[in-house]
Design a protein around this ligand. Structure first.
Ligand SMILES: *[C@@H]1O[C@H](CO)[C@@H](O)[C@H](O)[C@H]1NC(C)=O
Ligand SMILES: *[C@@H]1O[C@H](CO)[C@@H](O)[C@H](O)[C@H]1NC(C)=O
Ligand SMILES: *[C@@H]1O[C@H](CO)[C@@H](O)[C@H](O)[C@H]1NC(C)=O
Ligand SMILES: *[C@@H]1O[C@H](CO)[C@@H](O)[C@H](O)[C@H]1NC(C)=O
Ligand SMILES: *[C@@H]1O[C@H](CO)[C@@H](O)[C@H](O)[C@H]1NC(C)=O
Ligand SMILES: *[C@@H]1O[C@H](CO)[C@@H](O)[C@H](O)[C@H]1NC(C)=O
Length: 482
């Protein structure tokens, strides 16, 4: 059926292309896709406008910061109760911009050839307050640069497209960071704070200055079908970092990173303990990760609000430092518990299993030496790993061992045989007989069959999506801005 329709579609596209050529190049009309388009999201929008309607110029050199801000400002009139919500359409083109915030009941939609470019003009990046659960910026004491795409206290936010691109142009940030030339902590590519119902899909994210997607103090979050790419030695370019967030689903993502592909966090030492907001009910599935210097999925190191109920399935990694890693330290307090990992195919890595109880990094020297984290009920099963240096490096905390570790059905093929393929201190647990090489003695408690894995379905898996249709805005008309 699609084949029968294609000559007509082709003709329409040609017509659209010539019409936009007449309309003028300045507005970078979509070269394709004119007419009705569709996308999936938790809710659709009654109003659509194009960035070009707000004075946007997609030439890669003109700043669109004012255009983005006035577009969102204008469209926020529809974000109230009964307003119908609005979509900002980013046409094909290269749209340079500094940070801007989103609004509620709002969709940011990128055409497949749209590229949002992060401004390299540091004066375009506002300084904002540190996160209360961190007490300071992550790189530097004090404030931090805003994130390229931000938002706070929002509900129902969609960021999607036909695999359009958001490129943070991070190289200048990385070199300034490495040479200690930044006064403030780097901004992230996206940060949504105190928000509910966030849906991020079908995008490519490139070269973030630091973390890519950072939902914080938020709930009901889906990140789906997102490609995240950064050089494997770029500093702190973590892929997706849910931080003090509940009900999160991350699926079908492909991430190449200079740090952890996914890192689940919940605040830092005494600041995170005081803020006391855990990350919980988190599903990660069908993740493909390349992270030679870090973990596929990290839990921590900032976990002082607690991390509970993490379910990871069908994970593929090619060249990573470790699989699902727990990072914590005395001073962090709280807990990491009920972590369930099932189905990992890992190629080339240092440690399949890595837990660290003495992760050395504190916000300041005021952390509480009696705030000892609890790590328990951690299951790993159905793991095939090849090109492994050491099967496991498990280091709990003296006097507070990591407990309830269960390991089943694991085959790790080492690059060369080792006397101690597992090194373990201060850990306790069980393993089944189908774990090779055989685990360290503290994990040799006998266990039959599979490790625990929850059988219930989380509400975030039942989030229903709607098929949304929109008319690609013709450029230079409608919406109105200025
Ligand atoms: C993402 O794009 C794919 C392919 O274009 C499409 O099948 C899928 O429905 C899209 N997903 C969402 C959530 O829009
Ligand atoms: C975006 O929102 C944050 C948090 O509310 C705020 O600090 C910042 O000033 C806002 N940025 C802009 C450009 O409005
Ligand atoms: C945003 O939400 C947080 C947490 O509920 C609240 O403390 C803060 O005052 C809110 N900010 C605004 C601007 O409404
Ligand atoms: C999206 O674009 C990236 C970068 O070009 C590419 O690697 C990826 O395969 C694309 N994804 C889809 C679903 O087309
Ligand atoms: C470990 O997780 C399982 C499965 O959710 C749960 O039934 C059990 O109570 C947990 N054990 C502990 C010690 O928390
Ligand atoms: C062991 O793991 C492999 C690889 O994930 C899987 O194919 C197999 O079904 C598992 N075996 C059992 C007994 O669960």
């Amino acid at each position: 059926m699609a084949l029968d329709a294609s000559p007509i579609l082709h003709l329409l596209l040609l017509l659209a292309a010539s019409a936009s050529a007449v309309a003028g190049r300045r507005h970078s009309a979509p070269a394709s896709g004119a007419g009705q388009s569709m996308y999936l999201a938790p809710s659709c929008r009654a109003h659509t406008a194009s960035l070009a309607d707000f004075g946007g110029v997609g030439d890669g050199t003109t700043s669109n910061t004012a255009a983005f801000r006035s577009a969102v400002d204008h469209l926020s009139q529809y974000s109230g109760e009964g307003g119908g919500g609005a979509m900002l359409y980013v046409p094909a083109g290269k749209w340079l911009t500094g940070p801007f915030n989103l609004t509620s009941h709002f969709t940011l939609f990128l055409h497949s050839d749209a590229v949002i470019l992060g401004s390299q003009d540091i004066s375009e990046w506002p300084i904002i307050d540190p996160l209360p659960s961190y007490g300071r910026g992550r790189d530097r004491i004090g404030g931090r640069y805003a994130s390229l795409i931000g938002g706070s206290n929002l509900t129902d936010v969609v960021i999607t497209g036909n695999n359009g691109t958001i490129d943070g142009q991070g190289a200048t940030w990385w070199s300034k960071f490495k040479s200690g030339k930044l006064k403030y902590t780097r901004g992230y590519l996206m940060e949504l704070m105190h928000s509910d119902t966030i849906f991020i899909s079908n995008l490519t994210l490139l070269n973030s200055p630091a973390w890519n997607i950072h939902p914080v103090y938020s709930s009901n979050i889906v990140v789906q079908g997102v490609t995240i790419l950064a050089p494997t030695h770029s500093p702190n370019t973590d892929g997706i970092n849910p931080d003090s967030c509940s009900h999160v689903r991350i699926e079908d993502c492909y991430i190449v990173s200079g740090d952890d592909c996914v890192a689940i966090k919940s605040g830092w030492d005494e600041y995170g303990i005081t803020y006391a907001m855990p990350s919980q009910h988190i599903v990660v599935r069908r993740l493909t990760c390349v992270s030679p210097t870090s973990a596929v999925i990290a839990l921590g190191s900032e976990m002082s609000g607690g991390i509970q109920d993490v379910r990871a399935e069908d994970i593929v990694a090619v060249d990573s430092e470790s699989g699902v890693r727990i990072k914590t330290a005395v001073g962090r307090g709280a807990y990491v518990k009920d972590v369930f990992v099932r189905g990992m195919t890992l190629t080339t890595m240092k440690w399949v299993f890595w837990m660290t109880g003495n992760y050395k990094s504190h916000p300041d020297d005021k952390y509480d030496p009696n705030a000892v984290p609890v790590v328990e009920n951690i299951s790993y099963q159905d793991v095939v790993a090849t090109g492994v240096t050491t099967a496991a490096r498990l280091e709990g905390i003296q006097g507070a061992p990591f407990k309830g570790i269960c390991i089943a059905n694991v085959t790790a093929t080492l690059t060369k045989s080792r006397k101690y393929p597992w090194t373990c201190t201060d850990v306790e647990g069980v393993s089944s007989s189908d774990v090779t090489p055989a685990p360290c003695q503290p994990l040799q408690g006998a266990h039959d069959g599979a490790c625990p894995f929850p059988t219930d379905t989380l509400p975030i898996d039942q989030l229903t999506l709607q098929q949304c249709a929109y008319d690609v805005p013709s450029t230079g008309t409608g919406g109105g801005g200025n």
